[in-house]
Design a protein around this ligand. Sequence first.
Ligand code: DC
Length: 227
Amino acid sequence: MRKITIAVDGYSSCGKSTISKTLARTLGYIYVDTGAMYRSIALYALRNGFVKEDGGVEKDALIAVLKNIIVGFSSDGSAMLNGENVESEIRGMKVSNCVSYVSAIPEVRHHLVELQRIMGRNGGVVMDGRDIGTVVFPNAELKLFVTADAAIRAQRRYDELKANGQPANYDEILENVKKRDYLDETRVESPLRKADDAIVLDNGNMTISEQNAWVMEKVMDICQNLE
Ligand code: DC
């Protein structure tokens, strides 16, 4: 069966990575978590003092050192920043609170989009993010746009942080989820929006297995029509 490109976009904490990882494993495809790439750059900005009190970022200083920031993934899928495994650190609230500012910087986006296109150039990839179906791979054979109510998404993020032994406060997380939705949707450069040809998946009331079955059906439909 021909290997296709699958773009999974949508709001934060709505399970895009769970869907994408399962799909990639089932199909034997590469999985790319582009949010982890933006988070890794945000972590670099934090560590180097480029993040201001309000979460805003010293753009020019960050842009000047972009070429020194190497982001990627280890063989087990952990996010790597200049050779260091930062998978756990990039999921914490410090990074979550400033990543939307970092991801709104056009130079950061251009740099990462170029890398993402290289990672997915041979197809057989499931890439999740905000702009995969609209900017990175506008010709992807399957585009999913995932959404769920903000309160449900905040609860999921809370459970995930707790399960990883990280500090978590539900109200703070809900506020962060809503703020990131707003920043992602209103930024000038590649705002979060559904591609015209994307299929909407509202998984607020779906179990993981219902969701997996729903997604696999869409993949099979597309692949059969390509044969
Ligand atoms: O999916 P996530 O929550 O880990 O993403 C972290 C941030 O990165 C989020 O605020 C939006 C941004 N992002 C983006 O702008 N474009 C992408 N392709 C992926 C993530």
